[in-house]
Write a protein that binds this ligand. Structure first.
Ligand SMILES: [Zn+2]
Length: 319
């Protein structure tokens, strides 16, 4: 039986496809910027092409790939393999698994992008071998996932892990969910961008965005502004870290995990400089002290591949 899997990490503007062995070693990969306003059929066709390119680079035939995993943003129906709603892609009810299965004649398993990335870190990265762990993914929003008994725990209705909407300050700013003061509205990359824009039109981050012709404050812009020691950015990031620390402290008090993994673009770029202060705030909130730091709070380790390798792990665990 083949132990080679393909995994795809589909984002709002790009995707990466890998072919990997069961130990999570990437044998071939290919990435692609998706065409804006492309139809779902066109994007799925591109995804198929890039899986084939990754397989070719890995020197494996499609027929030897046991299964394909895909992590997609937004709301997904895991059982039917359908992307129900992905606003970033403009998709509604897209039969992703069936379409790719027909094209590549291989089983396809669909998962939510954040949960898949956490699965990747659990299978091959920072949380490898941990029975009980929590992932906090900081991006445009804040997503999360729970590992219990060594597996993703989706909860009673499959709705667990929405830690981005834990309310940290009820009088805080409005959140994408329509409520107020969720940690996503206080510490996501979009929240940081809102705060930078409100603080000063002269902040280094806004200048960098202009120079790079970017309309969004990406994690590379945040990293560059911090390198330039921009006071506005330092303050905004420190505030986000404080809120994320409160979140991590709450999670530890409620769930008592062995580990918290913090992922997403900002954590991936800034690594310990981002996670260290979050861990300090979290530890100051632990009801049961942990002086030996037995509970680990670390950044994700798989970098650009955590989603795609997680998709491979999802395929391996499901098929
Ligand atoms: Zn919310």
């Amino acid at each position: 039986m083949s132990t080679i899997y393909a995994g795809v990490d589909l984002g709002g503007t790009s995707f990466v496809a890998v072919v990997a062995n069961r130990k999570g070693r990437v044998l071939g990969s290919s990435d692609c910027v998706t065409t804006p306003d492309a139809s779902s059929e066109e994007t799925l066709s591109q995804i198929g092409d890039h899986i084939l390119i990754a397989a070719k680079e890995a020197s494996v035939k499609m027929s030897t790939i046991r299964a394909i995993g895909v992590g997609a943003p937004g709301a997904v129906d895991l059982e039917r393999g359908i992307v129900v709603r992905a606003p970033n892609l403009g998709w509604t009810d897209v039969p992703l698994a069936a379409t790719l299965r027909k094209r590549l004649r291989t089983d396809v398993v669909l998962g939510n992008d954040v949960q898949v990335a956490i699965l990747g870190e659990h299978a091959y990265g920072a949380a490898k071998g941990r029975d009980r762990a929590v992932g906090i993914w900081v991006g445009t929003g804040i997503g999360g996932g729970l590992i219990a008994n060594g597996r993703i725990d989706r909860g009673f209705r499959g709705a667990a892990g929405e830690i981005g909407h834990m309310v940290i300050n009820e009088d805080g700013p409005e959140c994408s969910c329509g409520r107020r003061g969720c940690v996503e509205a206080l510490a996501s990359r979009s929240a940081m961008e809102r705060d930078v824009r409100a603080a000063s039109p002269e902040s280094a981050a806004l200048t960098i965005m202009k120079e790079r012709n970017k309309d969004r404050m990406t994690s590379s812009v945040i990293a560059r502004a911090l390198e330039q020691n921009d006071a506005v950015m330092r303050e905004v990031v420190a505030r986000a870290q404080h809120y994320l620390g409160l979140l991590a402290g709450n999670i530890v008090n409620m769930f008592d995990p062995e580990m918290i993994v913090i992922g997403g673009g900002v954590a991936q770029r800034l690594k310990e400089a981002f996670v260290g202060p979050i861990a300090d705030v979290a530890r100051s909130r632990f009801l049961r002290p942990d002086p030996e730091h037995r509970i680990r709070i670390e950044h994700a380790k798989l970098g650009d591949y955590s989603g795609a390798l997680g998709a491979c792990a999802l395929a391996r665990q499901t098929i």
